[in-house]
Design a protein around this ligand. Structure first.
Ligand code: FAD
Length: 247
């Protein structure tokens, strides 16, 4: 782990914020879409965080949940510019373009903080050398959780936000909008096909499982370091088991 200094913090909603830190030379080069570990304070609590900044940026950027009572985020949410946090120096992970085979279209499908790795991917110039069109869908509960909305709207991508718990022009879960055909008709594109589309998924464990089942049934293969495929995925978080006194 390496100490980095917080440069800026932005709060979006009661449950979501982002922050930038310095990026010292100790942090090894990483590929867009990878994650590292973050810690703070004297205890040993480390948590995985996707890096939201692109590989060539001179700072690091993270998008974070605020979990009520969460061992790390209960403290992390109070960080201020000038504070120091621990950042793992070896980013890792398989949600990378190298693990996908070639095709014209790239789809980044996120829920919640699952947007974070895609913020790196869509700000990495090499993404646009590999793909003719790049789509980002982001599903959240309330519109204030659509972090980076302005930035994403200004990039050469097709940005498609959806909101599940309040009125919004494109409401509901992304899977519901896929099933109804609304996603395709809204964007004027054909449904995903193995020949044309490559898909990256980052969301809750259930979100990822649902897509894995659907994409596999539709003939997409799961891409890995050894065998690139039609889709890749990373969990936006894991469900932690709360220890009981008898354990
Ligand atoms: C590969 C990987 C990448 C990750 N990247 C990010 C990231 O970029 N940003 C981020 O905020 N978190 C990310 N996480 C989750 C992160 O590691 C922590 O779980 C989170 O920061 C909360 O830490 P905590 O100690 O406060 O609570 P924890 O004890 O870690 O979590 C408590 C509970 O909160 C819920 N939870 C945790 N994280 C989230 C989340 N992101 N969204 C919704 N519910 C959640 C879960 O139900 C979990 O059981 C990632 C996890 C993995 C495995």
């Amino acid at each position: 782990m390496n100490l980095e200094t917080v440069l800026s913090v932005e709060h979006y909603s009661p449950s979501l914020f982002s922050f930038k830190t310095t990026r010292s030379d100790a942090i090894r080069p990483f590929r867009a879409g990878q994650f590292t570990m973050i810690g703070m304070g004297d205890d040993d609590i480390l948590r995985a965080y996707s890096i939201a900044s692109p590989p060539d940026a001179d700072h690091l950027e993270f998008l974070s949940i605020k979990v009520p009572g969460g061992p790390l985020t209960e403290r992390l949410k109070a960080i201020q510019p000038g504070d120091e946090i621990e950042v793992g120096d070896r980013p890792t992970g398989t949600l990378v373009l190298d693990n996908l085979t070639e095709a014209p279209n790239l789809w980044c499908v996120a829920s919640g903080t699952g947007l974070a790795p895609f913020l790196s991917i869509v700000r990495d110039p090499s993404t646009f050398q590999k793909y003719e069109r790049v789509f980002v869908t982001h599903t959240v509960r309330t519109a204030d959780e659509l972090a980076y909305r302005e930035l994403l709207s200004g990039l050469p991508i097709t940005y498609y936000p959806t909101v599940t718990r309040e009125p919004f022009p494109t409401p509901g879960r992304i899977t519901t909008r896929i099933d109804s055909g609304a996603l395709w008709s809204d964007l004027g594109v054909a449904p995903w096909s193995v020949s044309e589309d490559r898909i990256m998924i980052c969301g809750s464990p259930e979100f990822n499982q649902e897509f894995r089942d659907r994409l596999t049934a539709d003939g997409f293969t799961h891409g890995t370091n050894r065998a690139p495929g039609g889709f890749v995925q990373e969990r936006a978080f894991v469900m932690q088991r709360t220890a009981t006194p008898s354990e």
